[in-house]
Design a protein around this ligand. Structure first.
Ligand code: SF4
Length: 692
């Protein structure tokens, strides 16, 4: 009889320097306190990482951490998280004149790699040290070993994946860096399933520096479930209600009207929360929209609302009206759809494979909302072909499309202002250079290529906009970022809760870190009874709700749940926990776990001197836009940030309080409080002065 239910009970440590693989068996208490995913990841990385280490050096640790529920076939539980110290965020001068060396980084991906980690027998795999030559990790039921990766180094995802499948068999699952990570492009991630990518925080560059190409898995192990029948019954009844399909024609009519409705919302200023309520009618519309069109269904709507930033955050819908994006609305992209697909155990299956032949490609993933707008309104491009090709290129080279879009927009503005010239863009393919401009979207792909290959000015741009702006004089105002991370395609000037989360979350500039309005756009409170959060413009309430949603989001992610499940109605979360693990848990305990994870992520940053408060002025409406739905909007997040910190038990400079650490059983962090560095006051003062 097993006494471990619902998870594997083992983690694997891979030391690349010593070429050593060691298993460890965490106590059940660790799982109960941190769950899985980056909860488990931050516990081990915080405990074992050498503080202030170089993120691109051998002391950094990268965790591949599937959600705790992954592997048990519960709906929507196919996510895994890559985590470690980010080379992109949390750098900069500190109060004492020294430099922060990088902050907490994590990234999240779906597909089938997450359950493959469980089937290999592990709840997490941690990579430490660094290799002197390219290697990959292979695990099946008989062996686990590091293998020479010379034959796949320099190859893009599909090429390398094919070679590995020829060698190890078709059923193996891989997650790997592309050429972007190999070249230590600081906005690179880890790719799996032909184009799913754990993109944010630049963790692909860390693996590239370690000369670690890939994890290739072919295990057949299974979790032992405490109450299999109950788990089966829960999944069956949840999936049944979610798979009820609405009529296709009705969906099309609703989406068409929704797009028109954004015009009305702008004209008579209807609050966003009303739009959210409409979308959440009976919680049936959202899964149906998603199933049919993936995240492309809201591209046009977000543009209409002012949610999609235009022209590097300086434009509005007047500069890029909805008719300009007519080539990449959901129904237009639909014309290329070959088949649907989705992640492990997902009842919605929101992905799609497109026929890329018209664009000179084979099969290719349908681009997601973020990529479409990053290479649409943000860079003023109207051409779908550019978006499809860019999407494929970034997926294959393993580069974050949100950050890449931000870098392209920054570069175009540098060119517009005469800071970069044609000769700066000389490269092997264009020996005389080329000139990327707002008007010439055909130059976007060549620009991305010089970034990924670190050619010419691409070598500077590959470090992200914040670092690049230190090398290109007078360009700082064009470098739109939060604490080093390029901003997502959801505008905080529309949703100030998002702004608060962009500013204060340990992984800055992340829409999935859960802002209150963002999460309240769907029926979040239906997910579990008693959650009770809502958007509010009142600072105190906003801060309180932000703290509550941040706690919820951490535990939710650590379970391996897909963010979209939060908007699909009631989820029998605690019933599943009982059935899988034999755990009796309620919302209070769940939120306390989330609070612990958030606090430990924040302590990581405090110890590294990486709690910053830097967000580009333009992105918070300084100066405000003069046209469009966000006209005259200017955010002052300072008071709200302090209220949020207070609500979650941190000091006003963002350091977790000793009482908070004690209450959350994080006593092992108390010794680090002496060295913890919060957000530097001078920067805040500078910001406030500039507002006067
Ligand atoms: S909704 Fe989409 S992203 Fe989420 S689990 Fe399903 S297929 Fe994956």
């Amino acid at each position: 009889m097993s006494d471990i239910y619902g998870y594997m009970g083992k983690i694997l440590w891979v030391d690349l320097t010593k070429k050593e693989l060691k298993e460890e068996k965490p106590d059940e208490e660790i799982y109960r306190k941190y769950l899985g995913g980056y909860g488990l990841g931050v516990y081990y990385i915080y405990s074992r990482l050498k503080p202030k280490c170089d993120p691109l050096g051998p002391d950094n640790i990268i965790g591949f951490c599937p959600g705790l529920m992954t592997g048990n076939a519960a709906p929507f539980t196919g996510r895994y998280m890559v985590c470690g110290k980010s080379p992109l965020t949390g750098k900069g001068p500190l109060e004492d004149g020294s430099k922060g060396t990088g902050g907490w980084g994590d990234a999240n991906s779906g597909g089938y790699f997450s359950p493959a980690i469980k089937r290999a027998g592990y709840d997490a795999i941690f990579i430490t040290g660094s290799s002197d030559k390219p290697v990959y990790l292979y695990i099946d039921d008989e062996r686990k070993e590091l293998i020479d990766a010379d034959n796949i180094w320099g190859k893009n995802f599909k090429e390398a994946d094919k070679i590995l499948k020829e060698k190890h068999g078709k059923i193996c699952k891989t997650a790997m860096i592309g050429v972007g990570g190999e070249n230590q492009v600081l906005v690179s991630g880890i790719v799996n399933d032909d184009g799913r990518i754990a993109a944010r925080s630049g963790l692909g560059a860390v693996l590239g520096a370690k000369k670690f190409k890939c994890i290739c898995l072919k295990g057949k192990k299974r979790t032992v479930i405490k109450d299999k029948e109950k788990a089966k019954e829960l999944s069956k009844s949840y999936n049944k209600q979610l798979r009820k399909k609405l009529n296709d024609k009705l969906i099309k009519i609703i989406l068409k009207q929704a797009s028109n409705f954004t015009g009305l919302m702008r004209t008579i200023n209807i609050p966003l929360s009303i739009a959210g309520k409409i979308t959440s009618i009976g919680t049936k519309l959202f899964p149906n929209f998603l199933r049919e069109y993936g995240t492309t269904w809201f591209t046009d709507i977000c543009l209409g609302l002012g949610d999609s930033p235009v022209k590097n955050f300086k434009g509005s819908i007047k500069d890029f009206p909805q008719k300009k994006s007519k080539n990449f609305t959901y129904d237009r992209i639909e014309e290329y759809k070959e088949k649907r697909y989705g992640c492990y155990s997902c009842p919605v299956q929101c992905g799609a494979i497109l026929d890329g032949s018209q664009f000179g490609l084979a099969e290719t993933h349908r681009p997601e909302y973020e990529t479409i707008q990053a290479f649409g309104s943000l860079v003023m491009n109207e051409d779908l072909e550019v978006i499809i090709k860019v999407n494929e290129y970034l997926n294959m080279t393993g580069v974050d499309s949100i950050s890449a879009g931000g870098i392209v927009a920054y570069t175009l503005e540098c060119v517009e202002n005469g800071l970069l010239k044609k000769e700066d863009f000389k490269c092997e393919e264009y020996p005389d250079g080329f000139l990327p401009t707002w008007e010439h979207s055909e130059n976007i792909l060549p620009l991305l290529k010089i970034i990924v290959n670190r050619e010419g000015i691409g070598d500077v741009l590959a470090n992200g906009v914040k670092e690049a702006s230190k090398h290109i004089p007078n360009s700082e105002q064009f470098a739109i970022n939060a604490n080093g991370q390029e901003l997502p395609l959801h505008d905080q000037r529309l949703m100030q809760g998002l702004g608060l989360s962009y500013l204060t979350d340990p992984t800055p500039g992340r829409h999935t870190a859960a802002g209150t309005e963002f999460m309240s756009m769907g029926p979040i409170n239906a997910f579990v009874k008693g959650l009770d959060v809502s958007a509010s413009k009142k600072p105190q309430k906003l801060a309180k709700n932000q703290a509550r949603i941040a706690k919820f989001a951490q535990a939710f992610n650590a379970m391996g749940l897909c963010i979209f499940s939060a908007w699909c109605g009631h989820y029998p979360l605690f019933e599943f926990m009982d059935a899988f693990f034999g755990w009796t848990m309620d919302l209070d305990e769940f939120l306390e776990i989330g609070w612990r994870i958030q606090t430990l992520r924040q302590m990581f940053n405090a110890r590294e001197g990486a709690i910053r408060h830097e967000v580009s002025k333009r992105a918070i409406g300084d100066p405000p836009l003069t046209e469009g739905p966000l006209k005259k909007v200017s955010l002052d997040l300072e008071e709200k940030a302090q209220l949020y910190y207070d609500s979650i038990g941190f000091t006003k400079t963002g350091i977790p309080k000793k009482d908070t650490l004690n209450r959350l059983n994080l006593k092992f962090c108390v010794k680090d409080l002496n060295d913890a560095i919060g957000r530097p006051e001078p920067l805040v003062n500078e910001y406030l002065e500039s507002k006067d």
